[in-house]
Design a protein around this ligand. Sequence first.
Ligand code: FE2
Length: 423
Amino acid sequence: MDIVLKNANVVHLDEAVRKADIAIKGDRVVAVETNIDAEAGQIIECGGRLVSGSLIDAHVHLDAVLAAGLERDNQSGTLHEGIDIWTDFKPKRTVEAIKERARRAIDWEVAQGTGFIRTHADVCDAEQLSTQALIELRDELKDRVDIQIVAFPQVGIKSYPGGEAQMRASLDMGADVVGGIPHNEVTREAGVESVMFIFDEAEKRGLMIDVHCDEVDDSHARFVEVMVEQTFKRCMGAQVTASHCVAMHSYNNAYAYRLMGWIIRSGMNVTANPFDNIILQAREDTYPKRRGMTRVKELLAAGVNVGMGHDSIMDPWYPLGRGDMVEAASLTLHVCQMSGVEEIDNCFDMITWRNALNLGLENYGVAPGCQADLVVFDAASKADVLRINPACTHVLKRGKLVAETKPAESTVMGGAVNFTPGS
Ligand code: FE2
């Protein structure tokens, strides 16, 4: 064996956590059993720590990360001021500068356990700078992270001169996923037409779909239903993801539950983006003030696969963040009031195997035959990962150690502090 992780609390997909050793040969997990005594190039003693498949960020904009304040600060903090700043900043970027900022944010994510990233690339410029930069990074960093690139029309497809051509240009260059933003098109009709364009392109090219959908507080924004109809009719199921879906927060319950039924029947995924949704939505509300997130708890309870993204990391829309998917899950837990024991575990699942379904990953998890993309958390359970937000002591990509973190040590008046009761 190349690596054996000893005495782990193993979590594989939705199975219960169990104690075992994990043997890795090459880029694969080859055994998950108690007491593996095989010779190994490296032994990692886990001491009861939780080992799961890599964390997954299902939605981030790597072409905009670390750009906060470079053009000017977003003084109002609104989505619209962020878009204005981005529009002014965009032509001043270079491929190298985009790559430098993105590389730094990717390393932040990798150090905190993320092994798979789905990033959006703004296609609304003639040079396709974002797509070019992210395609180069996808290749250059493939030994530490797997990256999927979504061709994302920030301004729109149908309401923007050359929108369709720019989408096709990005996809021709090698973007992996077809994106969209139907609620940003000028009319309902243009929004529906944009959804048809997205599905036609995806079907023709055999690609997945991930659309920014109904990312507004307007309860009349109803493009999720259009996506559901097309997903259902074209039998595209889990190949399709609707991201954000925050208007669902504001729908009347009769419509929301009818829609959830159709989402389940279609097999479409939903991605929530807690940092941006909470900070950007409901800005025109006084009080009561809406929370701005889609109905994560209710969607999961109904059987929909809900994943999660970091969305922004220090960009014109959100000036904070450090690429921490556990923090995103914790935020979701609190805002969506998911404090039941199973619900806490669900929040961990959203940044692991649920996001794996979302991204269409095969061989994900901690079982024989899985690709050895693993994280060792300095905590014993999913719930403690959410409670403590521990260091990821070891991060493995395809069987190779790509990041290590030494846990912090605290003392009070000379005595060591341990954040786990009873230990
Ligand atoms: Fe986004």
